[in-house]
Design a protein around this ligand. Sequence first.
Ligand SMILES: [Cu+2]
Length: 456
Amino acid sequence: MQSFHLTRRAVLAGLGATALSARAGFADPAPIPLTAQRALAQIAPEGYPQTEIWSYDGRLPGPELRLAQGTRLQRRFVNSLEVPSSVHWHGIRIENAMDGVAGLTQEAVAPGASFDYDFVAPDAGTYWYHAHTHSMEQVARGLSGALIVQERDAPDVDRDEVLMFDDWLLDPQTAQIAPDFSHPMDLSHGGRFGNLIGTNGRFALTLRAKRHERLRLRLINAANARIFVLRLTGLSGWQVALDGMPLPAPEPIAQEIVLAPAQRIDLIVDVTAEGQEAAIERLGNDAQWSRQVGVQITGAASRSRRAPPAALPPNPKMDPPDLAQARPLEMKIEGGAMGRMPMSRMRGLMQSGKFWTLGGQAGPVDPPFARLFLGEPVRLRMVNDTAFPHAMHLHGMHFREVLEGERFGPMRDTLLTEAGASHEIAFTADNPGKWLLHCHMLAHAAAGMTSWIEVS
Ligand SMILES: [Cu+2]
C-alpha cells in the first residue's frame, strides 16, 4: 500500500502547481483542464481484468482537487467522451451558472467541446464533484472526485485522508461495468447497487498509521444508491463536520455512522488499537460487518494520546433561518415499488419511463416546485410516502433539519429520509438562481425524483 501515500503526495505536488497558476489570475489564459475520458482501472481484485471506466483525467476517483477557502477554482472541463456531460460541484454554495446541471444551469457540454468552470469556494470542508448529465450512468461509470476546501487554520492532525466510498456493478466474469442503466427493477426499487464495494477506486484499501497518530478522515459516499453503515475498530474520536459544514463542537463518534449517497462526514480520530490493525467496517445486507478500509499499524508515534480537538472554524453564513417568518412548503415523495400510489397513476407514470413523484410531479418539469424571494426563509416538510429511503439533496444552499421543539439540526446539503418518515428542513433562500432539489439515489432521480426551486 506504499503507492497510496506516494500517490497522495504526487497529488499534493500537482496541486501546488494549480494554486500557483490560480494566483496568476487573468494573466493565465487557459485554465487547467479537467478531462472526461475513457480509461482503465483495476477496480476488481488482482487477477481480474481492468475495468473500462469513464474518468476525469484518466483516474478513479478523479483527481483530488484542493484549494484554500475563499480562493478560486478554475478548470476547463474538456469532454473527450462520446456523450454530452457537465460537472456539478456538490455542496459548494456557488453561483448558479457554475452549478453544472445540464438543462437547468447550462447546456450539456458536447463531445469534443469544453466549458470553463470558475468560482470561489466560500466554505471550507469536504465536498465532491461529479457528472450532472445522465448522472445515473455517468457517475456509476466513474465520473466523480473529491473537492477539498482547506480551512485557513487547519486542525492539528498528523494526516488528512480522503476516503471515497463507492460500489460498482460489474460482470463477474469480465469485470466490466454492467451497461443496463434503465432496468425497471433498479429504477423502481432501491436504485442501482454495485456488486463490488470499495474505497478510492479500489476493492480493498489499506492505510498505514502509527499508534497514537491523529488522522482527519474525510468520508464521502459517491455510490449511486448504497447507504453505508460504518463503525470504527481501533480508531476513536470525534465527528467534526457534516456535508462540509463544521459542527459547533466535536461530537464523539456514534456507534454506527450512517452515510447516505452524496453525504460526507469529517472525523478526527486517534489510532488507539493495541494490535497491528485498525479498520473502518461496513455493515452488510447479511447483518455481518466486513472491512471497508484497513489500517495497518506500524509502530507508535512519539506522542501519547492528545486532548480532544477544538471545533473547526465556522463557515460564513451559518445562521439558522428565521422560522417565525418562514414560508411553509410541503413536498410529498410518492411512487416506487410496494408504495401506496394507486395503480392507475403508477401506470401513467410508467408509460413515460418514470416511477416516482416529488410534490405530485415526475420531474424535471416546468414550472419549479417553488419560486422563492431572495432572502426569504423557508420551511419545507418532505413526506416520504414510499417503501424506500431517499437521500434528498438541495443545490446551492445548505439547510438545517427542524427537529422537535423547533430545534435546529446541523447544516447539511443532503438528508436521508427513511421509508414512511417525514422530515422538515429550513433554509434561507439567499442564493439566486435555479436550484435542483432531488433524490441522490440516482436511479430515482432519473425516474422522476428531480424537482427544482427558483430564487429571485
Ligand atoms: Cu430516492
